[in-house]
Design a binder for this molecule. Structure first.
Ligand SMILES: [Zn+2]
Length: 371
């Protein structure tokens, strides 16, 4: 992983990005030892807290200057074994770096895990000393001491060269202007979030994934909507590759759930990207059908095709497509063979995900993973 940690005249701390299962990440994923399907880290941003005193659209008006498909992962409330260890293992397996906001007392309690987090390339900020839930109403002296002690605790374990002195997340997002002004005066950047994962709501891991993916909707869906978004994507592929494309997409459709739109759009995007990059096709075809109970998407090309093994080894994103579909109770069928072109058919039930029994969901995901 390229360690392009830029040190400016003042230590600014680092924000580390991961690219969510997307094509441009694949080149970097090739650098991830032993994992050709790694998500990878696309780039490292260096941020000046003076320029971005507060970020996160859940509460504030600004976000980080991210490109489409880029995601910054943040974790707070640790370190806490065995969970932090497991999360760190998964991140390492995918060569993904993230931002951590550690609770001072917990950092002191688990110094090795705290050091491991930093040693594995993650950015470490702080999250108060005792996770005081009351930043919005506690006396300012208490709040200030929580902030200072949290930084001192993490700093005592890690030494000075961390973002502990630059990045802060308020426990429970309990904002209050006086506190935010105080943080800013200390040149501490306040991190809210653009998307929350609801992982504190006692839901299972699959539900966390489902909600998160749905909320990470591509900007194009907001700006253009699904149909125009798909048309634009196909036009871009045609223009950049010279591959002729035919679209059979309705002029209008009934409104679909956001998570369904995201899954459809991401899948089409991934499939078209594979066509552009690997297929050497002269023609592709995209068809979208919306019936009352299901959505069918077909993406076809007349290119060189691939074996399942090639797809897996070269990271065609089919796994991600299957996982997204399974999370919505849908399915993906891929037909491809050497010189026989490729045909991907996606099927999504309408109005199912909310009633999906987690056990069914889990089974279908296991099947996907075993495939
Ligand atoms: Zn917290």
């Amino acid at each position: 992983m390229a360690d392009r940690h830029l040190m400016l005249w003042r230590t600014l701390g680092l924000i580390v990005l991961m690219l969510a299962a997307l094509a441009t990440a694949k080149a970097r994923a090739a650098d991830c030892p032993g994992n050709p399907n790694a998500l990878g880290t696309s780039r490292v941003l260096t941020i000046d807290p003076r320029e971005f005193p507060r970020i996160g659209m859940v509460q504030y008006t600004r976000s980080l200057p991210l490109e489409d498909k880029e995601v910054v992962l943040t974790f707070d409330d640790g370190p806490l074994p065995p969970y932090t260890n497991r999360v760190l293992d998964v991140l390492a397996e995918h060569c993904v770096n993230a931002d951590y906001f550690l609770v001072g007392r917990m950092a002191r309690g688990y110094p090795d895990l705290t050091r491991r987090t930093l040693a594995e390339g993650h950015t470490v900020g702080t999250h108060s000393d005792n996770h005081l839930l009351g930043f919005d109403r506690a006396p300012m002296d208490t709040v200030k001491s929580e902030i200072e002690q949290g930084i001192a605790s993490v700093g005592a374990v890690l030494g000075k060269a961390t973002a502990a002195h630059e990045f802060f997340r308020i426990p429970g997002f309990s904002r209050r202007q006086e506190v935010e002004a105080n943080l800013q005066s200390r040149r501490l950047m306040t991190w809210s979030a653009d998307v929350v994962a609801d992982d504190w709501k006692h839901i299972n891991a699959f539900e966390v994934v489902r909600r998160t993916i749905a909320r990470l909707s591509p900007r194009v869906l907001e700006e253009l909507g699904l149909l125009a978004g798909i048309r634009r994507e196909a036009q871009l592929v045609s223009r950049h590759t010279g591959i002729a494309g035919d679209l059979q997409v309705p002029e209008e459709i009934q409104p679909l759930r956001r998570e369904l739109e995201v899954a459809i759009y991401r899948s089409v995007q991934e499939a078209l990207h594979n066509i552009a990059k690997h297929s050497r096709a002269s023609h592709f075809y995209v068809k979208l059908d919306v019936a009352s109970s299901k959505v069918t998407v077909l993406i076809e090309d007349d290119g060189v095709g691939f074996s399942p093994r090639t797809a897996r080894d070269r990271g065609f994103g089919l796994e991600g497509m299957r996982e997204r579909a399974a999370a919505l109770g849908g399915s993906v069928t891929v037909r491809s063979g050497q010189e026989k072109g490729t045909r991907i058919r996606l099927l999504f039930p309408i109005e199912s995900a909310r009633n999906v029994n987690p056990a069914t969901l889990e089974n279908s995901l296991h099947r996907v993973n075993a495939a």
